[in-house]
Design a protein around this ligand. Structure first.
Ligand SMILES: C[S@@+](CC[C@H](N)C(=O)[O-])C[C@H]1O[C@@H](n2cnc3c(N)ncnc32)[C@H](O)[C@@H]1O
Length: 410
């Protein structure tokens, strides 16, 4: 195994989702743990020929879209139905007529709201919705969604594009602040500036941003599928030459939690119970009911991935760490799930295929979890060859938290 040490790394925001914000379709909706288009582009630029590319953890479809822009065929899967919907809309081919219809429909929507000719929808059941939007903004969003439902069916291409613009608009006029890795709310002083935006203008801007991205059509074919990365042998999509992916990190980040405003408004979630159930299906999910399930979860299979992991889990689970046992179960389940995924992955790889896993290490109660080394052990155990670890960037000012590309071949 080739291993490169993580000396002199910088934080490189161009290697994070921040780089994607102005990159056309890649910038449509933000997902904090999305990786940078730049990482994917750099890896794809080494590809010598037309490839079949797989991303088993689609997220916002960064890999599939980049691969399709370069003319490759891409298949990507995710367990979250909202991300599958978004991935399909992002990788779709749009004609000029569709874009014109979308633009016309957006103007109709604004006109009908202005005339008071719209039946607003009821606000979604988001917990503490008043923290997200002021009463006036909420009223306008309910009208906007009511108008979209009346005038532009969601299953049409123009309907889908306008719903992406709707998602951007609902975030742009929310009190959500993204100063940290996880979302928080703006203070009251900061909210005042946003109390009465020109809503129609705000929606127009988002429509224009989305339609500009939609004009850049990908050349390659893409297929975005609702599927579980632990069941790849049932995928029926043939085999792949290249995998570029970023699996969930071992950092208790909940994608459902981060995506909940979009998911509630677009009808992918109707209550907190459902959100927890979906997070329990996801690898590394810990939100709501997922946490209580984890407390009683026991590994059915023996996962002696690494002696080092067993020793670390014992240290993390010690009684003086308040949630130590729960977190040790969380980490153990994560690696059981990843092992299941990687062993299923073998069944969809062509001989000589290359895989790149972009992952970060983590720290629990001051114990550094060497996630990259644990991936290396799993790849070796499953018979992968040419395993290599390349540090990419520091994740924050703490020097030990690093993002790596762990690669291997079949
Ligand atoms: C780190 S994110 C991927 C981000 C992506 N690279 C991007 O640029 O947006 C990990 C993704 O894995 C998905 N996921 C979690 N468990 C899964 C599973 N069992 N099968 C498929 N996808 C899963 C999550 O829903 C999330 O979208």
């Amino acid at each position: 195994m080739k291993e490169v040490t993580a000396n002199r790394l910088s934080q490189r925001s161009d290697y994070t989702y921040k780089f994607n914000r102005k990159a056309g379709r890649h910038g449509w909706l933000r997902l904090t743990p999305a990786y940078s288009v730049r990482i994917v582009e750099e890896l794809l630029s080494q590809a010598p020929r037309h490839l079949r590319v797989l991303d088993p953890f689609c997220g916002t479809a960064t890999t599939a879209l980049s691969a399709a822009y370069r003319g490759h065929d891409a298949v990507t899967i995710d367990i979250n139905p909202f991300l599958v919907w978004l991935g399909r809309v992002k990788t779709q081919y749009y004609t000029e007529q569709t874009l014109n219809r979308a633009y016309q429909a957006s103007e109709d929507v604004i006109l009908q709201i202005h005339k008071g000719a719209v039946t607003p929808v009821s606000p979604p059941a988001i917990h503490h919705i008043e923290r997200w939007w002021s009463p006036r903004t909420l009223e306008w969003l309910c009208q906007l969604q009511g108008a979209l439902d009346q005038l532009v069916p969601p299953e049409t291409d123009e309907g889908a594009l306008l719903r992406v613009a709707f998602c951007r608009a609902l975030m742009a006029c929310s009190n959500a602040a993204f100063n940290h890795q996880s979302m928080s709310f703006r203070s009251e002083g900061q909210q005042l500036r946003l109390m009465q935006p020109d809503y129609a203008e705000l929606f127009r801007e988002e429509v224009s941003f989305v339609l500009a991205g939609a004009r850049e059509n990908p050349a390659g074919r893409t297929h975005v599928i609702l599927h579980d990365a632990r069941r790849l042998s049932t995928l029926s999509e043939g085999t792949f030459d290249l995998v570029i992916t970023s699996p969930p990190y071992v950092n208790r980040m909940s994608y459902v939690r981060e995506l909940r405003p979009y998911m509630y408004w677009l009808g992918f979630l109707s209550d907190g119970r459902q959100a927890g159930e979906l997070d329990w299906l996801a690898i590394g999910g810990t939100w709501g009911v997922a946490t209580s399930r984890l407390a009683s979860w026991e590994a059915k299979q023996d996962i002696l991935i690494h002696r080092e992991l067993e020793t670390l889990l014992e240290r993390i689970a010690k009684p003086s760490n308040a949630n130590g046992r729960l977190l040790a179960a969380y980490i153990r389940k994560y690696f059981v799930d990843i092992e299941t995924h990687l062993s299923e992955l073998r069944s969809v790889l062509s001989p000589g295929a290359t895989v790149h896993y972009i992952i970060g290490n983590s720290s629990f109660y001051g114990e550094l979890l060497p996630v990259e080394r644990l991936y290396v052990s799993l790849f070796a155990k499953l018979g992968f060859k040419n395993i290599s670890v390349c540090p990419l960037r520091k994740r924050n000012s703490k020097k030990e938290l690093v993002e790596f590309d762990v690669s291997a071949t079949m």
